[in-house]
Design a protein around this ligand. Structure first.
Ligand code: N7H
Length: 459
Protein backbone atom coordinates (compact mmCIF):
# COMPACT_ATOMS: atom_id res chain seq x y z
CA UNK A 1 0.00 0.00 0.00
CA UNK A 2 1.03 3.56 -0.66
CA UNK A 3 1.89 5.81 2.29
CA UNK A 4 -0.08 8.99 1.68
CA UNK A 5 2.06 10.83 4.24
CA UNK A 6 5.05 10.28 1.99
CA UNK A 7 3.66 11.55 -1.34
CA UNK A 8 3.56 15.23 -2.20
CA UNK A 9 -0.05 16.40 -2.13
CA UNK A 10 -0.19 18.07 -5.52
CA UNK A 11 0.25 14.67 -7.18
CA UNK A 12 -2.69 13.31 -5.26
CA UNK A 13 -5.27 14.39 -4.45
CA UNK A 14 -4.16 17.86 -5.66
CA UNK A 15 -3.62 20.87 -3.41
CA UNK A 16 -6.85 22.80 -2.83
CA UNK A 17 -6.37 26.30 -4.24
CA UNK A 18 -7.80 29.62 -5.25
CA UNK A 19 -4.34 31.05 -5.84
CA UNK A 20 -1.09 29.34 -6.69
CA UNK A 21 2.37 30.85 -6.93
CA UNK A 22 4.92 29.16 -9.17
CA UNK A 23 8.38 30.06 -7.96
CA UNK A 24 11.13 29.13 -10.45
CA UNK A 25 14.63 29.05 -8.96
CA UNK A 26 18.26 28.52 -9.69
CA UNK A 27 20.50 27.06 -7.02
CA UNK A 28 23.55 29.28 -6.71
CA UNK A 29 26.79 27.62 -7.82
CA UNK A 30 28.64 28.59 -4.68
CA UNK A 31 25.79 27.67 -2.30
CA UNK A 32 24.72 24.16 -3.29
CA UNK A 33 25.54 22.57 0.07
CA UNK A 34 23.87 25.37 2.00
CA UNK A 35 20.80 25.07 -0.24
CA UNK A 36 20.54 21.40 0.63
CA UNK A 37 20.87 22.22 4.34
CA UNK A 38 18.09 24.77 3.99
CA UNK A 39 15.91 22.16 2.31
CA UNK A 40 15.86 20.36 5.63
CA UNK A 41 14.33 23.41 7.30
CA UNK A 42 11.76 23.59 4.54
CA UNK A 43 10.56 20.00 4.98
CA UNK A 44 7.92 20.71 7.67
CA UNK A 45 6.22 23.04 5.20
CA UNK A 46 5.79 20.39 2.47
CA UNK A 47 2.16 19.31 2.14
CA UNK A 48 1.63 15.56 1.88
CA UNK A 49 -1.21 13.78 0.13
CA UNK A 50 -2.68 12.90 3.54
CA UNK A 51 -2.58 16.55 4.63
CA UNK A 52 -4.10 17.77 1.32
CA UNK A 53 -6.96 15.28 1.78
CA UNK A 54 -7.58 16.57 5.30
CA UNK A 55 -7.49 20.17 4.03
CA UNK A 56 -10.04 19.37 1.33
CA UNK A 57 -12.34 17.68 3.91
CA UNK A 58 -12.07 20.74 6.10
CA UNK A 59 -13.00 23.01 3.20
CA UNK A 60 -16.00 20.83 2.32
CA UNK A 61 -17.11 20.83 5.96
CA UNK A 62 -16.65 24.59 6.20
CA UNK A 63 -18.74 25.16 3.06
CA UNK A 64 -21.54 22.93 4.39
CA UNK A 65 -21.67 24.87 7.65
CA UNK A 66 -22.65 28.02 5.68
CA UNK A 67 -19.87 30.37 6.80
CA UNK A 68 -20.45 34.13 6.77
CA UNK A 69 -20.34 35.41 3.21
CA UNK A 70 -16.88 36.21 1.93
CA UNK A 71 -15.18 34.45 4.81
CA UNK A 72 -12.64 31.85 3.74
CA UNK A 73 -10.86 29.11 5.60
CA UNK A 74 -7.18 30.00 5.76
CA UNK A 75 -5.22 27.12 4.23
CA UNK A 76 -2.05 26.84 2.24
CA UNK A 77 0.07 24.13 0.64
CA UNK A 78 3.68 23.87 -0.51
CA UNK A 79 5.25 21.33 -2.88
CA UNK A 80 8.73 21.22 -4.39
CA UNK A 81 10.11 19.83 -7.65
CA UNK A 82 13.43 19.67 -9.48
CA UNK A 83 14.44 19.72 -13.12
CA UNK A 84 17.14 17.44 -14.48
CA UNK A 85 19.54 20.40 -14.39
CA UNK A 86 18.64 20.90 -10.74
CA UNK A 87 19.52 17.32 -9.88
CA UNK A 88 22.81 17.64 -11.73
CA UNK A 89 23.54 20.87 -9.86
CA UNK A 90 22.98 19.12 -6.52
CA UNK A 91 24.92 16.02 -7.56
CA UNK A 92 21.93 13.73 -7.05
CA UNK A 93 21.52 10.56 -9.11
CA UNK A 94 18.91 10.77 -11.80
CA UNK A 95 15.49 9.16 -11.21
CA UNK A 96 15.63 8.28 -14.90
CA UNK A 97 17.98 5.36 -14.63
CA UNK A 98 17.85 4.75 -18.33
CA UNK A 99 20.15 4.60 -21.30
CA UNK A 100 17.65 5.95 -23.82
CA UNK A 101 16.97 9.66 -24.06
CA UNK A 102 14.21 10.73 -21.77
CA UNK A 103 12.40 14.08 -22.15
CA UNK A 104 13.11 14.81 -18.47
CA UNK A 105 16.84 14.63 -19.16
CA UNK A 106 16.49 16.58 -22.40
CA UNK A 107 14.54 19.38 -20.72
CA UNK A 108 11.53 21.05 -22.31
CA UNK A 109 13.49 23.78 -24.08
CA UNK A 110 15.49 21.17 -25.99
CA UNK A 111 12.31 19.20 -26.61
CA UNK A 112 10.40 21.95 -28.40
CA UNK A 113 10.89 20.39 -31.83
CA UNK A 114 8.94 17.38 -30.58
CA UNK A 115 6.20 19.60 -29.21
CA UNK A 116 6.07 21.91 -32.25
CA UNK A 117 6.42 25.00 -30.06
CA UNK A 118 7.69 28.16 -31.70
CA UNK A 119 10.93 29.15 -30.05
CA UNK A 120 10.34 32.86 -30.64
CA UNK A 121 7.14 32.65 -28.59
CA UNK A 122 8.99 31.38 -25.53
CA UNK A 123 9.47 33.91 -22.73
CA UNK A 124 13.16 34.58 -22.00
CA UNK A 125 12.69 33.37 -18.40
CA UNK A 126 11.96 29.83 -19.56
CA UNK A 127 15.02 29.79 -21.80
CA UNK A 128 17.19 30.14 -18.71
CA UNK A 129 18.29 27.24 -16.57
CA UNK A 130 15.63 26.41 -14.00
CA UNK A 131 16.69 24.03 -11.22
CA UNK A 132 13.79 24.01 -8.88
CA UNK A 133 10.10 24.90 -8.94
CA UNK A 134 8.25 25.46 -5.69
CA UNK A 135 4.53 25.95 -5.81
CA UNK A 136 2.51 27.55 -3.08
CA UNK A 137 -1.26 27.33 -2.93
CA UNK A 138 -3.74 29.18 -0.77
CA UNK A 139 -7.27 30.46 -0.40
CA UNK A 140 -6.09 34.05 -0.77
CA UNK A 141 -3.21 35.96 -2.26
CA UNK A 142 -2.31 37.18 1.22
CA UNK A 143 -1.81 33.61 2.50
CA UNK A 144 0.26 32.65 -0.55
CA UNK A 145 2.42 35.73 -0.02
CA UNK A 146 2.93 34.97 3.64
CA UNK A 147 4.12 31.46 2.78
CA UNK A 148 6.32 32.78 0.00
CA UNK A 149 8.01 35.19 2.40
CA UNK A 150 8.62 32.32 4.83
CA UNK A 151 10.17 30.12 2.11
CA UNK A 152 12.29 32.98 0.83
CA UNK A 153 13.55 33.57 4.36
CA UNK A 154 14.62 29.92 4.55
CA UNK A 155 16.23 29.65 1.11
CA UNK A 156 17.91 33.05 0.71
CA UNK A 157 20.75 33.55 -0.16
CA UNK A 158 21.30 30.14 -1.75
CA UNK A 159 19.04 30.80 -4.72
CA UNK A 160 18.49 33.16 -7.64
CA UNK A 161 14.88 33.80 -8.49
CA UNK A 162 14.18 33.17 -12.20
CA UNK A 163 10.47 33.91 -12.16
CA UNK A 164 7.53 34.21 -9.82
CA UNK A 165 4.17 33.83 -11.48
CA UNK A 166 0.81 33.56 -9.77
CA UNK A 167 -2.26 31.75 -11.02
CA UNK A 168 -5.73 32.54 -9.81
CA UNK A 169 -8.96 30.58 -10.05
CA UNK A 170 -11.59 32.54 -11.96
CA UNK A 171 -14.12 34.49 -9.87
CA UNK A 172 -17.70 33.66 -8.87
CA UNK A 173 -19.58 31.20 -11.04
CA UNK A 174 -16.50 30.76 -13.23
CA UNK A 175 -14.61 29.05 -10.37
CA UNK A 176 -13.15 25.81 -11.75
CA UNK A 177 -13.58 26.96 -15.36
CA UNK A 178 -10.60 27.78 -17.57
CA UNK A 179 -10.51 31.05 -19.53
CA UNK A 180 -12.38 29.85 -22.65
CA UNK A 181 -15.22 29.22 -20.18
CA UNK A 182 -15.16 25.40 -19.94
CA UNK A 183 -15.29 23.50 -16.65
CA UNK A 184 -11.87 21.95 -16.06
CA UNK A 185 -10.75 18.96 -14.02
CA UNK A 186 -13.80 16.91 -14.96
CA UNK A 187 -12.04 13.78 -16.18
CA UNK A 188 -9.14 12.59 -14.07
CA UNK A 189 -8.01 8.97 -13.89
CA UNK A 190 -8.90 7.01 -10.76
CA UNK A 191 -5.90 5.28 -9.29
CA UNK A 192 -6.05 1.67 -8.15
CA UNK A 193 -6.16 1.26 -4.40
CA UNK A 194 -6.28 5.01 -3.77
CA UNK A 195 -9.30 6.65 -5.43
CA UNK A 196 -12.89 5.64 -5.27
CA UNK A 197 -14.68 6.33 -8.54
CA UNK A 198 -17.50 8.87 -8.30
CA UNK A 199 -19.13 7.04 -11.18
CA UNK A 200 -21.12 4.13 -9.69
CA UNK A 201 -20.83 2.26 -12.97
CA UNK A 202 -17.47 3.37 -14.36
CA UNK A 203 -16.83 2.87 -18.04
CA UNK A 204 -13.11 3.35 -17.58
CA UNK A 205 -11.15 1.09 -15.24
CA UNK A 206 -8.90 2.61 -12.56
CA UNK A 207 -5.29 2.94 -13.72
CA UNK A 208 -2.29 1.21 -12.09
CA UNK A 209 -0.50 3.32 -9.46
CA UNK A 210 2.70 3.10 -11.49
CA UNK A 211 1.30 5.19 -14.34
CA UNK A 212 1.52 8.18 -12.01
CA UNK A 213 3.88 7.14 -9.20
CA UNK A 214 7.44 6.13 -10.09
CA UNK A 215 8.54 2.70 -8.95
CA UNK A 216 5.01 1.34 -8.47
CA UNK A 217 3.49 -1.52 -10.49
CA UNK A 218 2.70 -0.20 -13.94
CA UNK A 219 5.79 2.03 -14.16
CA UNK A 220 7.25 -0.10 -16.90
CA UNK A 221 8.56 -0.20 -20.46
CA UNK A 222 6.34 -1.07 -23.42
CA UNK A 223 7.54 -4.67 -23.14
CA UNK A 224 6.34 -4.81 -19.53
CA UNK A 225 9.65 -4.74 -17.67
CA UNK A 226 9.75 -2.42 -14.65
CA UNK A 227 11.48 0.89 -15.34
CA UNK A 228 14.81 0.84 -13.50
CA UNK A 229 14.84 3.60 -10.86
CA UNK A 230 17.07 4.35 -7.90
CA UNK A 231 15.41 3.13 -4.68
CA UNK A 232 14.77 6.68 -3.43
CA UNK A 233 12.64 7.47 -6.53
CA UNK A 234 9.74 5.33 -5.23
CA UNK A 235 6.50 7.35 -4.95
CA UNK A 236 7.72 10.38 -6.83
CA UNK A 237 6.18 11.64 -10.06
CA UNK A 238 7.30 13.47 -13.18
CA UNK A 239 5.55 16.72 -13.93
CA UNK A 240 5.25 18.66 -17.19
CA UNK A 241 4.72 22.38 -16.70
CA UNK A 242 3.54 24.60 -19.58
CA UNK A 243 2.88 28.34 -19.63
CA UNK A 244 -0.02 28.45 -22.10
CA UNK A 245 -1.48 31.80 -23.11
CA UNK A 246 -5.04 31.76 -24.42
CA UNK A 247 -6.55 34.23 -26.88
CA UNK A 248 -9.98 34.24 -25.31
CA UNK A 249 -11.88 36.99 -27.18
CA UNK A 250 -10.57 35.65 -30.50
CA UNK A 251 -11.68 32.10 -29.61
CA UNK A 252 -15.18 33.21 -28.61
CA UNK A 253 -15.54 35.43 -31.69
CA UNK A 254 -14.62 32.49 -33.93
CA UNK A 255 -17.07 30.18 -32.19
CA UNK A 256 -19.85 32.78 -32.46
CA UNK A 257 -19.13 33.56 -36.11
CA UNK A 258 -18.98 29.91 -37.18
CA UNK A 259 -21.70 28.42 -34.99
CA UNK A 260 -24.20 26.57 -37.21
CA UNK A 261 -27.33 28.64 -37.96
CA UNK A 262 -30.16 28.14 -35.44
CA UNK A 263 -27.92 26.04 -33.20
CA UNK A 264 -27.63 26.77 -29.46
CA UNK A 265 -24.88 29.18 -28.48
CA UNK A 266 -21.47 27.51 -28.17
CA UNK A 267 -22.42 24.32 -30.03
CA UNK A 268 -19.29 24.74 -32.13
CA UNK A 269 -17.16 25.39 -29.04
CA UNK A 270 -18.57 22.28 -27.39
CA UNK A 271 -17.67 20.24 -30.48
CA UNK A 272 -14.12 21.63 -30.46
CA UNK A 273 -13.61 20.73 -26.81
CA UNK A 274 -15.86 17.66 -26.56
CA UNK A 275 -17.75 19.16 -23.61
CA UNK A 276 -20.08 22.08 -23.10
CA UNK A 277 -18.97 24.95 -20.87
CA UNK A 278 -20.82 23.27 -17.98
CA UNK A 279 -18.69 20.13 -18.38
CA UNK A 280 -21.49 18.08 -19.96
CA UNK A 281 -19.95 15.75 -22.60
CA UNK A 282 -21.19 16.18 -26.18
CA UNK A 283 -21.03 12.41 -26.50
CA UNK A 284 -24.01 12.20 -24.12
CA UNK A 285 -25.71 15.47 -25.00
CA UNK A 286 -24.62 16.41 -28.53
CA UNK A 287 -27.08 19.18 -29.39
CA UNK A 288 -27.65 21.19 -26.24
CA UNK A 289 -25.95 21.86 -22.92
CA UNK A 290 -27.10 20.07 -19.78
CA UNK A 291 -25.63 21.83 -16.72
CA UNK A 292 -27.07 19.26 -14.27
CA UNK A 293 -25.20 16.52 -16.11
CA UNK A 294 -22.06 18.68 -16.34
CA UNK A 295 -21.99 19.11 -12.56
CA UNK A 296 -22.68 15.45 -11.72
CA UNK A 297 -19.46 13.48 -11.15
CA UNK A 298 -21.44 10.24 -11.13
CA UNK A 299 -22.54 10.84 -14.72
CA UNK A 300 -20.29 13.33 -16.50
CA UNK A 301 -17.71 10.67 -17.43
CA UNK A 302 -20.10 7.88 -18.12
CA UNK A 303 -19.50 7.54 -21.85
CA UNK A 304 -17.30 5.83 -24.41
CA UNK A 305 -16.93 7.22 -27.94
CA UNK A 306 -18.32 5.24 -30.87
CA UNK A 307 -15.12 4.46 -32.82
CA UNK A 308 -16.91 4.61 -36.17
CA UNK A 309 -18.65 7.94 -35.79
CA UNK A 310 -18.03 11.59 -35.02
CA UNK A 311 -21.69 12.59 -35.24
CA UNK A 312 -21.78 13.18 -31.51
CA UNK A 313 -18.14 14.15 -30.88
CA UNK A 314 -15.58 15.07 -33.58
CA UNK A 315 -12.57 12.77 -33.70
CA UNK A 316 -10.32 15.83 -33.26
CA UNK A 317 -12.20 17.32 -30.30
CA UNK A 318 -9.74 18.07 -27.49
CA UNK A 319 -10.98 15.47 -25.01
CA UNK A 320 -11.18 12.79 -27.71
CA UNK A 321 -7.64 13.43 -28.98
CA UNK A 322 -6.19 13.34 -25.46
CA UNK A 323 -8.28 10.42 -24.19
CA UNK A 324 -9.80 8.43 -27.07
CA UNK A 325 -11.90 6.35 -24.69
CA UNK A 326 -13.57 3.50 -26.51
CA UNK A 327 -11.85 4.36 -29.79
CA UNK A 328 -9.33 1.52 -29.55
CA UNK A 329 -10.44 -2.10 -29.50
CA UNK A 330 -7.87 -2.59 -26.74
CA UNK A 331 -8.85 -0.09 -24.01
CA UNK A 332 -5.43 -0.33 -22.32
CA UNK A 333 -3.93 1.68 -25.21
CA UNK A 334 -5.65 4.88 -24.14
CA UNK A 335 -5.70 4.00 -20.42
CA UNK A 336 -1.91 3.85 -20.21
CA UNK A 337 -1.66 7.42 -21.57
CA UNK A 338 -3.73 8.99 -18.81
CA UNK A 339 -2.30 11.90 -16.86
CA UNK A 340 -3.32 13.78 -13.72
CA UNK A 341 -3.89 17.45 -14.56
CA UNK A 342 -3.32 20.08 -11.86
CA UNK A 343 -3.22 23.45 -13.63
CA UNK A 344 -4.70 26.80 -12.68
CA UNK A 345 -5.73 29.76 -14.85
CA UNK A 346 -3.64 32.93 -14.79
CA UNK A 347 -4.38 36.49 -15.76
CA UNK A 348 -7.40 38.76 -15.48
CA UNK A 349 -10.93 38.31 -16.80
CA UNK A 350 -11.51 39.59 -20.34
CA UNK A 351 -11.95 43.38 -20.22
CA UNK A 352 -14.80 45.21 -21.99
CA UNK A 353 -12.38 46.68 -24.54
CA UNK A 354 -10.95 43.27 -25.39
CA UNK A 355 -14.46 41.87 -25.77
CA UNK A 356 -15.55 44.78 -27.93
CA UNK A 357 -12.58 44.45 -30.29
CA UNK A 358 -12.32 40.63 -30.15
CA UNK A 359 -8.66 41.14 -29.43
CA UNK A 360 -6.46 40.03 -26.54
CA UNK A 361 -4.51 42.81 -24.85
CA UNK A 362 -3.78 41.30 -21.43
CA UNK A 363 -1.94 38.01 -21.08
CA UNK A 364 -4.13 35.21 -19.67
CA UNK A 365 -4.23 31.46 -19.97
CA UNK A 366 -3.40 28.28 -18.14
CA UNK A 367 -0.45 27.38 -15.94
CA UNK A 368 -0.72 23.78 -17.09
CA UNK A 369 0.80 21.03 -15.01
CA UNK A 370 0.36 17.28 -15.25
CA UNK A 371 1.73 14.19 -13.55
CA UNK A 372 2.82 10.84 -14.95
CA UNK A 373 5.54 8.27 -14.22
CA UNK A 374 7.05 8.75 -17.69
CA UNK A 375 6.84 12.01 -19.63
CA UNK A 376 7.41 10.17 -22.92
CA UNK A 377 4.33 8.05 -22.23
CA UNK A 378 2.16 10.85 -20.85
CA UNK A 379 2.41 14.55 -21.70
CA UNK A 380 4.99 14.40 -24.49
CA UNK A 381 3.19 11.58 -26.26
CA UNK A 382 -0.24 13.23 -25.99
CA UNK A 383 1.02 16.53 -27.36
CA UNK A 384 3.29 15.14 -30.06
CA UNK A 385 1.73 11.92 -31.27
CA UNK A 386 -1.96 12.60 -30.76
CA UNK A 387 -2.77 16.34 -30.49
CA UNK A 388 -0.25 17.62 -33.06
CA UNK A 389 -0.75 14.72 -35.48
CA UNK A 390 -3.58 15.32 -37.98
CA UNK A 391 -3.56 11.61 -38.92
CA UNK A 392 -4.48 10.46 -35.42
CA UNK A 393 -6.73 8.51 -35.17
CA UNK A 394 -7.36 7.57 -38.82
CA UNK A 395 -10.60 5.68 -39.52
CA UNK A 396 -12.02 4.11 -42.61
CA UNK A 397 -14.40 7.00 -43.28
CA UNK A 398 -12.18 9.82 -41.98
CA UNK A 399 -8.53 9.23 -42.74
CA UNK A 400 -7.32 12.65 -41.57
CA UNK A 401 -9.23 13.77 -38.47
CA UNK A 402 -6.98 16.83 -38.12
CA UNK A 403 -5.32 18.69 -35.26
CA UNK A 404 -6.58 18.74 -31.68
CA UNK A 405 -8.82 21.78 -31.97
CA UNK A 406 -7.58 23.34 -28.71
CA UNK A 407 -3.93 22.40 -28.20
CA UNK A 408 -2.81 20.88 -31.53
CA UNK A 409 0.11 22.73 -33.11
CA UNK A 410 1.61 22.40 -36.59
CA UNK A 411 5.37 22.74 -37.06
CA UNK A 412 6.60 26.36 -37.24
CA UNK A 413 3.16 27.77 -36.50
CA UNK A 414 1.78 26.29 -39.75
CA UNK A 415 -1.93 26.16 -40.58
CA UNK A 416 -4.31 23.90 -38.65
CA UNK A 417 -7.51 22.24 -39.75
CA UNK A 418 -9.81 19.49 -38.54
CA UNK A 419 -12.62 17.39 -39.89
CA UNK A 420 -15.62 18.42 -37.88
CA UNK A 421 -18.46 16.83 -39.81
CA UNK A 422 -17.23 13.46 -41.01
CA UNK A 423 -17.76 14.68 -44.55
CA UNK A 424 -15.81 12.15 -46.63
CA UNK A 425 -15.81 14.37 -49.70
CA UNK A 426 -14.19 17.18 -47.86
CA UNK A 427 -11.79 15.74 -45.30
CA UNK A 428 -9.89 17.88 -42.86
CA UNK A 429 -11.42 21.04 -44.24
CA UNK A 430 -12.48 23.07 -41.23
CA UNK A 431 -9.76 25.67 -40.81
CA UNK A 432 -8.78 26.54 -37.25
CA UNK A 433 -6.95 29.71 -36.21
CA UNK A 434 -3.33 29.00 -35.35
CA UNK A 435 -3.20 31.07 -32.23
CA UNK A 436 -5.79 30.13 -29.65
CA UNK A 437 -3.38 28.51 -27.24
CA UNK A 438 0.22 29.70 -27.39
CA UNK A 439 2.98 27.87 -25.59
CA UNK A 440 5.32 30.44 -24.05
CA UNK A 441 7.54 28.01 -22.22
CA UNK A 442 7.79 25.34 -19.57
CA UNK A 443 9.98 22.65 -18.11
CA UNK A 444 9.91 19.03 -16.97
CA UNK A 445 10.26 18.40 -13.25
CA UNK A 446 10.40 15.54 -10.75
CA UNK A 447 8.56 15.63 -7.43
CA UNK A 448 10.37 13.29 -5.03
CA UNK A 449 8.59 11.59 -2.15
CA UNK A 450 8.88 13.32 1.21
CA UNK A 451 11.23 10.65 2.59
CA UNK A 452 13.47 11.08 -0.48
CA UNK A 453 13.53 14.84 0.15
CA UNK A 454 14.59 14.20 3.74
CA UNK A 455 17.08 11.40 3.15
CA UNK A 456 18.52 12.08 -0.33
CA UNK A 457 18.03 15.76 -1.05
CA UNK A 458 18.37 17.55 2.29
CA UNK A 459 21.66 17.66 4.18
FE1 N7H B 1 -7.01 19.89 -21.79
N1 N7H B 1 -10.12 23.51 -22.62
O1 N7H B 1 -10.57 24.35 -21.93
O2 N7H B 1 -10.47 23.38 -23.79
N2 N7H B 1 -8.99 20.17 -21.38
N3 N7H B 1 -6.78 21.89 -22.10
N4 N7H B 1 -4.99 19.63 -22.06
N5 N7H B 1 -7.20 17.93 -21.37
C1 N7H B 1 -9.85 19.21 -20.93
O3 N7H B 1 -12.10 16.74 -18.49
C2 N7H B 1 -7.79 22.84 -22.20
C3 N7H B 1 -4.08 20.59 -22.29
C4 N7H B 1 -6.20 16.97 -21.46
O4 N7H B 1 -10.14 12.20 -20.00
C5 N7H B 1 -11.15 19.76 -20.79
O5 N7H B 1 -11.22 18.26 -17.23
C6 N7H B 1 -7.17 24.13 -22.47
C7 N7H B 1 -2.77 20.00 -22.53
C8 N7H B 1 -6.70 15.67 -21.04
O6 N7H B 1 -11.75 13.07 -21.18
C9 N7H B 1 -11.08 21.08 -21.14
C10 N7H B 1 -5.82 23.92 -22.50
C11 N7H B 1 -2.95 18.63 -22.43
C12 N7H B 1 -8.02 15.89 -20.70
C13 N7H B 1 -9.70 21.34 -21.54
C14 N7H B 1 -5.58 22.52 -22.29
C15 N7H B 1 -4.35 18.42 -22.11
C16 N7H B 1 -8.31 17.30 -20.92
C17 N7H B 1 -12.42 19.02 -20.36
C18 N7H B 1 -4.71 24.90 -22.73
C19 N7H B 1 -1.95 17.52 -22.59
C20 N7H B 1 -9.01 14.83 -20.18
C21 N7H B 1 -12.63 19.01 -18.89
C22 N7H B 1 -4.79 26.19 -22.53
C23 N7H B 1 -1.03 17.49 -23.51
C24 N7H B 1 -9.62 14.05 -21.32
C25 N7H B 1 -11.93 17.91 -18.16
C26 N7H B 1 -10.59 13.02 -20.80
C27 N7H B 1 -9.54 17.88 -20.69
C28 N7H B 1 -9.18 22.55 -22.09
C29 N7H B 1 -4.33 21.94 -22.29
C30 N7H B 1 -4.91 17.18 -21.90
C31 N7H B 1 -12.26 22.03 -21.09
C32 N7H B 1 -7.85 25.46 -22.69
C33 N7H B 1 -1.48 20.76 -22.83
C34 N7H B 1 -5.93 14.37 -20.96
Amino acid sequence: PVDLHNIQGDILPGLPKKFEAYWFLQIRDDRVKEFRCNLYKLLPLITSAAQAMRDQDQIDHWKRSSPPEGQLLKLSGVNISFSHKGLVKMGIADPVNDTTTDPFQTGMFNDIANLDDQVEKWLPDFKQEIHCLIFITGESLATVHERYAELKWILDPTINEVKLTVGNARPGKEFGHEHFGYLDGVSQPNIEGIDKSADPNPVQAPIPQGLILTGRPGDESSSGTPTPRPAWALDGSFMAFRYLSQNVPEFQAFVDANNPPNAPKDLLGARLVGRWKSGAPVDITPLHDNPTLGADPAKNNHFLFDPTSQDRCPFAAHIRKTNPRGDFTDPTISQKRRILRRGIPFGPEVSPIEKQNNKTILDRGLLFKCYQSQIAVGFQFLQKTWANNPNFLARKNVTVPGFDAIIGQAANGGPRAMDINGDTNNPNSFKLPVEWVISKGGEYFFLPSISALREEFAL
